[in-house]
Design a protein around this ligand. Sequence first.
Ligand code: AMP
Ligand code: MG
Length: 405
Amino acid sequence: MLAFDQARKLILDSVKPLDPITLPLLEALGMVASEPVNAGLDLPPFDNSAMDGYAVRSDECELAGEKPVIATLMAGDTADRELSKGTAVKIMTGAPVPPGFDAVVPFEEVLSEDAGKVFLPAAVKRNQHIRFLGEDIRSGDCIVESGRIIRPAEINILAGSGILSLYVHRKVRVAILSTGDELVEPGSAVPSGKIINSNSPALAAAVLEAGGEPVMLGIAADTRESLAEKIATGLRYDVLVTTAGVSAGEKDLVREMLAEAGVKPLFWKIGLKPGGPTAFGLKGYTPVFSLPGNPVSSMLTFEELVRPALLRMMGHTAVLRPHFKGILAEDVHKKEGKATLLRVKICKEGDTFRISSAGNQQTGIQRTLLHADAVCLLPSEVTLLKKGESVDFHFLHDSAMMMVL
Ligand code: AMP
Ligand code: MG
């Protein structure tokens, strides 16, 4: 049986970033640049004032003294006229500095101001409070490297330097197929013996959160025909994720039908609990994940195995959530031979993270996942971890991390 970390490595080695597409800046938010972007303009595009105040010639201000104020320049005005010597110009932040002027005295430093005259202090330094053409960015400078995530700050600098669109790795389209004769779609009547298909909306939500595009394929019955048809549809997308029908039950046909559809199996079981009956295969370059049906197992295996693969396909280089070390607040018993995902609550005491169980750890209990801030990955070989031992964990969501940190 493949160890959990080997399974994840195999998956990550099997997927590669999707083709680049060009998108308008705002649509590229959160996506990864696939090519470097060079500035199309100098920033700032002209010398301008960094303060509200008076523009002067610094060599005329060695001593404190009075100057006539001959003009006012607002942000947005032009200033290409030569102005007479021995004067000052009232200037607002962002307004162009007139030719020949080389310093700005902020209003706060002006000694007095009256009847078109301003009394300025001594020792005005050349270049003070001026933002010079191109001092931030030069036209042609690389402003966004390939591999960078596009955030509001990147959009600001791209837009400000004349860029309208850029190349990014496109969003991964993930087909989601729930399988099982017991399933009915949310909103329909639930006859006895049936349950609502909650995995499809939950996995779609997880795909959206990872930045991908979910495609709902609905429910396949536990029959060869139904599975064959839905799997054929699912293989038209970038990734196919199925749930259920991969354990040892009599109607667990997913594995067989994927093989018939030409999916080459890479593994069919991993040393992980919950999530043992998780399978992974490839049809050409299309990864196919067969997750267990149990909602907790499908959520956790998505988190640990599918999400990193989707991120890699969208060009991200950091695909795992940050891992931290914490101290167990209680003894934890586990089975030998399987890495175990423990759903936990984290509390921060000084610089130490204290880890306690988020509740009943049986796979069937969904409520524990609701209460969990994080998961601990407990190593396969041990059976007992003692209170006070240090273990690795990662938060399940940025919001959980923000509440705890
Ligand atoms: P299986 O992997 O087919 O043995 O299913 C394991 C458990 O998960 C069973 O109790 C199923 O009823 C349940 N289950 C399977 N698929 C779903 C689904 N789409 N939504 C919610 N529960 C499911
Ligand atoms: Mg089943």
